[in-house]
Write a protein that binds this ligand. Structure first.
Ligand code: GLU
Length: 554
């Protein structure tokens, strides 16, 4: 007569180690009092979700603030959904945002003493734990087919009962070990389930760092802990890995709250101390007036690469996410203009409990603030890096006209009244592109947007006079008075106010004159500060452009 010991020895013949041995192999970390060990545990299924970056940012921050450890564990047990190379890409993207882990799966190799950090390489550890559970009668093989499980689900649905493998529905929970052994020997596929001792009518309470005490129905599901391919399920791997990697606070999305009772029972059955939990709010979106989760399929902003491609500085997205994380962050930035989140004191207690709405305007606001802090050289460097991949045209010009570019980016930069015109690097080319002669030629190819209310012959004369008389050595305010004088010479009022008093006496006012010059030089009615534009283009290029514009006028 076989018993569960024989069964366990048959299924796990190579396992001689015990949980006790693993405890010694992965001892508690030697860290200073209060240091937190946190982790990011992504599945390599394609791309870094905005919500995952949010989680990593918080986990990284908590570890850094407490001089602890932030590590990455690759949850790659779902081999069907795995996308090749996405693990490496995740690590690269985290580095881009300055929240790279210092331990764990780091792409090419693992770093750290608590590995392996890829779940697919931890089979041995899981097997040790499952064998021990089986020896204690807390795990058993289950041979139920997909059809059988589906049938159970239908019955439960019909009876309006909770779905799942529990109580009398847990067909294999009382399987005779002899029978099980014979079926395994016979090559029948099976999974291993956890034997729950819980009662759904009882409540368990656990503490959440953000939400306080949460009371929820006890687990009574005999969940699968090892799949038929020998790999563990999320629930089981979470308990084993977070314990043996010595995580102090599990920071993850709120969608896991409902599974917490399973985790509490697993930790207990395995004899592990429960880590602290912090379940973060989900990032949502308003869709036809309804709040819904950001969807991978429907929302480009669900993917972090959308913001990288869009040319948002890492600091801006981080600052934005921190404003979601802690309600007092925005207030803090009013006093701390650096927007450097490393200097901000994060706390779980200031975290919002509800799903937060993604707010593009707010991100743009933070981004403008952050970009306004860069020196022109820094912005040049960032644009160069970004455009290398995402804007070939800009990249070509930035390289060819480095000096002009830096000067153009420096217009009204720095100081109290710094211009906050760029919220991302993709806005740079449309704003400063006209500085580049090739781009200018393209813009004016089909004509100039001069004000049609002013006769071409007048425009022509004003521009010709300007080319001859403009003095590049003057300071901004003095220079502007020469523009007024230029206008007056040609019948324009020196201010809008004077013009309005007797419009019949004038052809227009100084604003119209400035607009002519702007249109001739930039090919557009809007441009950065005209005085700066003139200084940067220089006399020769200005006169060349004026000549071109004049020639275009009949
Ligand atoms: N692999 C899980 C996920 O991607 C991790 C959840 C957790 O952080 O524990 O959702």
């Amino acid at each position: 007569m076989a018993n569960f010991t024989e069964l366990a020895n048959y299924i796990f013949p190579e396992i001689n180690e015990t949980i006790e041995d693993l405890e010694k192999k992965y001892p508690p970390r030697k860290l200073p009092e209060g240091a937190e060990v946190t982790r990011f545990a992504p599945s390599p299924t394609g791309f870094l979700h905005l919500g995952s970056l949010f989680t990593s940012l918080v986990a990284h921050k908590v570890a850094k603030d407490t001089k602890g450890v932030f590590y990455l564990r690759l949850e790659d047990t779902d081999t069907k959904r795995e996308i090749e190379g996405s693990g490496e890409e995740l690590v690269r993207q985290l580095s881009f945002f300055g929240v790279a882990p210092e331990e764990g799966y780091l792409g090419e190799k693992d770093v750290g003493e608590y590995g392996p950090y890829r779940q697919s390489e931890r089979e041995h550890i899981y097997r040790v734990c499952i064998k021990e559970l089986m020896l204690k009668g807390r795990a058993y093989p289950c041979f139920c087919s997909a059809e059988q499980l589906e049938e159970t689900r239908e019955i439960q649905e019909m009876n309006k009962e909770i779905p799942g493998y529990y109580g009398d529905y847990a067909i294999c929970r009382n399987i005779d070990p002899n029978d099980a052994l014979a079926r395994i020997k016979n090559g029948e596929p099976y999974v291993i389930r956890f034997r729950s001792l819980g009662n759904h009518n009882n409540k368990v309470t656990f503490h959440d760092e953000i939400r306080g005490d949460i009371s929820i129905a006890e687990n009574d599901l005999d969940i699968v802990i090892m799949k038929s391919d020998g790999l563990p399920t999320y629930h089981f791997a979470h308990a084993v890995d977070d314990h043996f990697m010595r995580t102090t606070t599990v920071i993850r999305g709120e969608e896991w709250i409902s599974s917490a009772p399973i985790h509490l029972e697993l930790f207990d059955a395995l004899g592990f101390k429960l880590p602290r939990y912090a379940h973060l709010p989900v990032i949502m979106k308003l869709d036809n007036g309804n709040k819904r989760k950001l969807s991978k399929r429907k929302d480009p902003e669900a993917s972090v690469s959308h913001f990288i491609e869009g040319g948002y500085p890492a600091e801006a997205l981080k600052a934005y996410l921190m404003s979601i994380a802690n309600s007092n962050f925005e207030e803090w930035t009013a006093e701390n203009k650096s927007y450097n989140i490393d200097e901000f004191k994060f706390s779980f207690s200031k975290m919002s409990l509800d799903g937060v709405l993604f707010d593009q305007d707010k991100l743009d606001f933070f981004s403008k603030e952050v970009i306004a802090l860069f020196s022109a050289e820094e912005l040049y460097k960032r644009c160069l890096e970004w455009s290398e991949k995402f804007d070939v045209k800009l990249n070509e010009f930035l390289k060819k006209y480095q000096q002009i570019s830096v000067k153009a980016l420096n217009i009204e930069r720095g100081g109290e009244k710094a211009r906050k015109d760029f919220s991302n690097y993709s806005q740079v080319y449309p704003i400063i592109g006209f500085f580049y002669p090739e781009r200018y030629a393209e813009i004016v190819k089909d004509g100039y947007p001069f004000n049609p209310a002013i006769e071409s012959s007048v425009v022509k004369k004003v521009l010709e006079d300007f080319a001859k008389s403009n003095d590049y050595s003057l300071a901004n305010d003095v220079w502007f008075s020469t523009v007024k004088e230029l206008g007056v010479r040609h019948g324009f009022a020196e201010s809008g106010k004077i013009y309005k008093q007797s419009p019949d006496q004038y052809k227009g006012h100084v604003g119209d004159v400035a607009e002519m010059i702007r249109v001739a030089l930039c090919g557009a009615k809007n441009s950065p500060n005209l005085y700066c534009v003139l200084q940067i283009l220089g006399k020769e290029e200005v006169n060349r452009r004026i000549n071109l514009a004049v020639t275009s006028l009949k």
